[in-house]
Structure formats: structure tokens, C-alpha cells
Design a protein around this ligand. Structure first.
Ligand code: GDP
Ligand code: IMO
Ligand code: MG
Length: 430
């Protein structure tokens, strides 16, 4: 079977720069498809002096007419989707002709968002710090076989099924002690049904049949991950994770593509590391270096505007992410953010409470597990990378840093990003 499906996904805690690179790679593909997550994602693209943030819509819509697919593994909020599509149309990007939506994608209901908020409130100090978009409750309904799918909206009894789900949600919300503003909810529900009607102006398809047929014809597919491996529900820093499989295997279940069809897996990471929301982060910095990363990297969430926590690159976690995903090519982002650091630290191992060290990512990385990062110091390049156009222009200290990361992870770095713009991308020759 020919490998025609490549996957691009985040290796850290999200926000690695997936949107930017999917846009850069799109001209080499016929189809770009999202396979999991929902509007918890915020994928930023910059080109021709304009900036766009995509949430549910794949990042392949700005190139030359490639088909974009919202796959069955995605959870879709019709109201937020409509907002995103209408805003794009207003800026001259009509996506109605290029976007197709899977009948099997699950719908985020207004009460899923209320459940998300009530669940977080009930957790108190141990809250996850979700994006509040109803992601967890929607996937919970999917797995407990109570969900509503895009294709279900075409059924004659859809309104009844909606009402049954909503009433079940309201009971749970009340049991969590949360108040319900019935008038506000009814208003949102009306808008939600209007947004469903808008959804019907798009091509709603059996996406697994469509993708497999196109692959057989020779089409090249790029699967766009959301979130990152450390937020994967099985392998991430559980329970401080999202509710989907963000890893390569998620592309198979989230699109209906067989594992044997997977070709290259592009693993994308920042030259340092960030995380939004709660949960463990072994290399987190609370000092001036962390502030410098946040300022230089504009590390504020694209969805919620929250400050992103910043720290040094964690090669133990990255090695694990490379293994779980079968990464074949690495992409290093935001290298320019480290331009002013005379010394850069890289965590190559964790020290355990008994004094031993491990290079293998452990079961528990929470503070109570008592692991300490072991760092190697690397000489910084102290050069403005943001204007570099080719590999030849890169300072030796920077290429030494890349070689160090490649040795640690055992996979080549094929693309370097030195700024947010589409043009600030260096494709390596070897
Ligand atoms: P995604 O969720 O993985 O698509 O990433 P986000 O868009 O949430 O966050 C990445 C942020 O970094 C965005 O604001 C991008 O515009 C920006 N960005 C992407 N690549 C680079 C880069 O190489 N250098 C700098 N300085 N910013 C970058
Ligand atoms: P992109 O695709 C960074 C985080 C939230 C929270 C946890 C669970 O832009 O990389 P959820 O709303 O999914 O239930 O929240 O996951 N999170 C992200 N962090 N980037 C994202 O997406 C994220 N999507 C969710 O902050 O800690
Ligand atoms: Mg993001």
C-alpha cells in the first residue's frame, strides 16, 4: 500500500506552531485534514502582513484550493464554527467551496460548555484549567455513547434527541451545584440551531470514504494535529490533558485512515517549552529567563489570552513523544526567541528521588514525584535569526544546538522557523 498520508503534530503541550507550518507545507498536498480536538485549538498563521487564528478549520485553507476536511475525530461547536467561517469570508477567504465536514464529527452543545465550567468549578484547586469550550464533556458523551453527530442533524427526530441530551446535562450541572441561567441558555440554543442551518451550507460527507477514495486515486493528504503529545489523553500528563488522542494513532481513528497508509510523521516543537493551564511542567522557569521567553515569544494563549508558562526544552519528554508518534522528521520552531540568551539549557534526563537518573519519561512527573531535570548547558548564538533566509546564514552555535537536539532525539530536523511569518521558514537541504 502506498504511503500517501503524512501527519504533522505537536510534541509538547500544544502551541508549537502547527498552524504556521501546515500552511507552509500545504502546497505539497491535495488534502489537509483535522483529526481531533475542537475549538480548544488556536492555530496562528501570518502572511502578507495579516494574522489569522484558526480553531476548528484546518490550516490548509489559505493556499491554492486544496480540499480541507474536518474529520470524524473532531468535536465541532456550530456557533464558533460559523463565527470563524464568517470572519474568514469577511477577510476575503470564502471557504464554502474548499471545506468538507465529516458526518461523524461530534457536536459541542451549549450545555457541554456549561458542564465544562461546572466541572472545573467543582474541582476547585485541582482544576485542569481547560479552555472552557466544552471539549471534555463532548468527548465524554461520545465515549459513553450519548453524543450527537453532525450527520444526526439531518434526522427528523434530531430536536428530540437534542432535548434529551440537554436535559441529561442540566441534571448533572445541577448536581454539581451550579446555577443555570435558563433565559440565556434558551437564547444560545436558538443561535445554536441557526448555526446548524449554516453548517448545512457546507459539504457534509462520509469523510472516511472520501479520504480513502482520494488516496487510492493518488491524492496526498496532510493530517493536522491539534494540542500536543503531552496533552494526549493516554500518554500525556494525565489528568492534566485534553480529552482526545493527539498522537499519530489519532489520525487513523480520527479520519478512518489505516495505519499502513501513514507516511511521514512531522513532529513539531519549540526550541524551548511552554504550557497553558494547570499540571506538571518539570522544566518550568519562574525567573527572568522565563519572563524573557514569554516576552520575546509573545507567549499568550491564542484562544483564551492566558499567559503561557515557559521553560527550557525537555528532551526526556520529547524523546517519549518521538517514540509514541513514530516521528520521522522534526521541525524546530521559535528559535529566534532564544537569540538573546548567552547560555541555553536543555534537560536531557530526570533525577529521581533515590538519586538515580533516567532518560525515560516516567509514569508520574507531578511535583510530589520529586523528579528534578538534569540540564546540559549550551552556548547561545547571540545573533538575530529572524532575518535568516537560508541555512548558510545561520550562526555555528545555532547549528550546533540543532545537531545536539538531533543526537538526543535520533531524528533529523528538516525545517526551522525563525519568526511567525510564512516567509520566516528555512527548509533544510540535507
Ligand atoms: P499552534 O497552536 O501549534 O498552531 O501554535 P499557536 O499559533 O497557538 O502558537 C504559536 C505562536 O508562535 C503564534 O503566535 C505564532 O504566530 C508564533 N510563531 C510561530 N512560529 C514562530 C517562530 O518561529 N518565531 C516566533 N517568534 N513566533 C512564531
Ligand atoms: P493548540 O492546538 C495549548 C490545554 C488547556 C488545558 C488542557 C485541557 O492550539 O496547540 P481542554 O479545553 O482541551 O479540555 O483543556 O489542555 N489545551 C491546550 N494548550 N494548546 C492547545 O491547542 C490546547 N488545547 C487545550 O489549556 O490545560
Ligand atoms: Mg495554539
Amino acid at each position: 500500500m502506498d504511503n500517501k498520508v503524512d501527519v504533522l503534530l505537536g510534541l509538547q503541550w500544544g502551541d508549537e506552531g502547527k498552524g504556521k507550518v501546515v500552511d507552509v507545507l500545504t502546497p505539497a498536498y491535495d488534502i489537509v485534514a483535522r483529526f481531533q480536538g475542537g475549538p480548544n485549538a488556536g492555530h496562528t498563521l501570518e502572511f502578507e502582513g495579516k494574522k489569522y487564528v484558526l480553531r476548528s478549520i484546518p490550516s490548509g485553507i489559505f493556499q491554492s484550493g486544496q480540499t480541507n476536511i474536518i474529520g470524524n475525530g473532531v468535536v465541532l461547536d456550530p456557533i464558533l464554527f460559523r463565527g470563524e467561517a464568517v470572519e474568514l469570508a469577511a477577510s476575503g477567504h470564502d471557504i464554502t467551496k474548499v471545506l468538507k465536514i465529516s458526518k461523524k464529527a461530534h457536536l459541542i452543545m451549549p450545555t457541554h460548555r456549561l458542564l465544562d465550567a461546572a466541572g472545573e468549578r467543582a474541582k476547585g484547586n485541582s482544576k485542569i484549567g481547560t479552555t472552557g469550550k466544552g471539549i471534555g464533556p463532548t468527548y465524554t458523551d461520545k465515549i459513553s455513547r450519548n453524543g450527537l453527530r453532525v450527520g444526526d442533524t439531518l434526522a427528523t427526530d434530531f430536536a428530540d434527541r437534542y432535548a434529551a441530551a440537554r436535559n441529561r446535562h442540566l441534571e448533572t450541572i445541577r448536581s454539581l451545584g451550579a446555577d443555570i441561567d435558563t433565559a440565556a441558555l434558551e437564547k444560545t440554543e436558538k443561535d445554536w440551531f441557526d448555526a446548524i442551518a449554516y453548517l448545512h451550507t457546507f459539504d457534509i460527507i462520509d469523510s472516511e470514504h472520501y479520504i480513502n477514495a482520494r488516496i487510492t486515486e493518488g491524492a496526498r493528504v496532510l493530517c493536522e494535529g491539534a494540542q500536543g503529545t503531552m496533552l494526549d489523553v493516554d500518554f500525556g500528563s494525565y489528568p492534566f490533558v485534553t480529552s482526545s488522542n493527539t498522537i499519530t494513532a489519532g489520525a487513523c481513528t480520527g479520519l478512518g485512515v489505516a495505519p499502513g497508509r501513514i507516511g511521514d510523521v512531522f513532529g513539531i516543537f519549540k526550541a524551548y517549552c511552554t504550557r497553558v493551564g494547570s499540571g506538571p511542567f518539570p522544566t518550568e522557569l519562574f525567573d527572568a529567563d522565563g519572563h524573557t521567553m514569554r516576552d520575546r515569544g509573545h507567549e499568550y494563549g491564542a484562544v483564551t489570552g492566558r499567559e503561557r508558562r515557559c521553560g527550557w526544552i525537555d528532551l526526556v519528554a520529547l524523546r517519549y513523544a518521538v517514540m509514541i508518534n513514530g516521528v520521522t522528521k522534526l521541525i524546530m520552531m521559535k528559535s529566534d526567541v532564544l537569540d538573546t540568551f548567552p547560555t541555553i539549557k536543555a534537560c536531557t534526563a530526570y533525577r529521581l528521588p533515590d538519586g538515580s537518573t533516567t532518560r525515560d519519561f516516567p509514569f508520574d512527573i507531578s511535583e510530589s514525584a520529586g523528579i528534578e531535570p538534569v540540564y546540559e548547558n549550551i552556548t547561545g548564538w547571540m545573533t538575530d535569526l529572524s532575518k535568516a533566509k537560508s541555512e548558510e546564514e545561520l550562526p555555528e552555535a545555532f547549528t550546533d544546538y540543532i545537531a545536539f537536539v538531533e543526537r538526543q532525539l535520533g531524528v533529523p530536523v528538516v525545517i526551522l522557523s525563525v519568526g511567525p511569518d510564512r516567509e520566516q521558514t528555512i527548509i533544510r537541504k540535507k
